[in-house]
Design a protein around this ligand. Structure first.
Ligand SMILES: C[S@@+](CC[C@H](N)C(=O)[O-])C[C@H]1O[C@@H](n2cnc3c(N)ncnc32)[C@H](O)[C@@H]1O
Length: 306
């Protein structure tokens, strides 16, 4: 079954799936494993895993963004109801295809009602998907008051209701445990008797002051947060649990910057190539990103057993 992320999410890992999946290796196809993704975002890695591997016995996903995790829950439990609302939004929005003022009005009314956060879960999830499909570049950004503040995009008739994908995602999410909180909460779900592995994709440390800024929630992920995450990784390592962590490679901007090399000096740091837009309005550039791992076998795949 093919299911893909149902939202466009900054930092999506679609372009790095090959590199990330090669670290997971064939072990996950043959062993009984628990997969935990504490910063799931749009879920590119999750959906790739779910689509190609049915052996994983337990899956736990988490993100601190409550609006996003509400959409995951609604898709898992009430896909048909969500589709009905999105079909209406799509019809209404497309009716404004030749009426830019009407379209603008519709978008900003939906944005204001999203920011009230007083709707039923299904309606709130539908507005989230609507805004993601119609806003500028599919960006998610909130201000200090947690108000979504991205302006309208230029698409006249965007696909707002991707029915087939919602159904496919819903089926795949049936047995997934969906959490909404700080990533430390996922520790409770570690089962020492199962082979457990984590994929950690935190907000990246920005390459420079002018780099694209993506504010996923009103919680700040600064250097002290990057250090707290390293402690989390060390804790997992002590428990003999394998993990893959992605982050930016600060050496793209400054060869002397050893922040991550120092922080993760006890682990394996791989540098991989990827095309990304670094600054707003600039073209894609080929840069390096980090894939850091703890327990690798001699084929450079994660060791899964405890
Ligand atoms: C780089 S994005 C993940 C992108 C995702 N892997 C994808 O492919 O779309 C980072 C995510 O971490 C979440 N986040 C930020 N701080 C967090 C925290 N303390 N605990 C859990 N999630 C957090 C953000 O809401 C965001 O969705």
């Amino acid at each position: 079954m093919t299911a893909k992320p149902f939202v466009k999410w900054a930092g999506g890992k679609r372009k790095l799936l090959k590199e990330i999946s090669s670290l997971f290796s064939d072990n996950i196809k043959t062993k009984k494993v628990t997969y935990i993704e504490p910063f799931v975002g749009g879920g590119s890695v999750l959906f790739w895993l779910l689509s190609c591997n049915q052996k994983i016995s337990k899956i736990i996903i988490n993100d601190i963004n409550s609006d996003l995790m509400n959409v995951y829950r609604v898709i898992a439990d009430q896909p048909e109801e969500l589709i009905s609302v999105l079909e209406i939004f799509q019809l209404e929005y497309h009716a404004f295809r030749d009426n830019p003022e009407g379209r603008k009005n519709y978008y900003y009314t939906k944005r204001s009602s999203f920011n009230l956060r007083d709707q039923q879960q299904i309606i709130h999830a539908a507005i989230f998907v609507f805004l993601n499909r119609t806003c500028f570049n599919g960006l998610y950004r909130v201000n200090k008051k947690n108000e979504f503040n991205v302006p309208i995009g230029s698409y006249k008739t965007p696909l707002i209701c991707d029915k087939d994908n919602i159904i496919a995602v819903s089926k795949l999410l049936k047995n997934v445990i969906i959490l909404n909180g700080d990533y430390y909460e996922t520790l409770k779900y570690i089962d020492q008797h199962e082979n457990c592995f984590f994929y950690l994709d935190p907000p990246y440390k920005p390459l420079s002051k002018t780099a694209n800024f993506n504010k996923y929630s009103n919680y700040i992920f600064d250097d002290s947060e990057q250090q707290r995450l390293k402690e989390f990784c060390s804790l997992l390592n002590e428990k003999r649990i394998s993990w893959v962590l992605s982050n930016s490679d600060l050496k793209n901007e400054n060869q002397e910057n050893c922040f991550f090399d120092d922080l993760y000096k006890d682990y394996n740091i791989n540098r991989v190539n990827v095309n990304r837009v670094i600054n707003n309005n600039s073209k894609e550039k080929n840069i390096k990103e980090l894939l850091i791992t703890n327990r690798l076998d001699n084929k450079k795949s994660l060791i899964l057993q405890n």
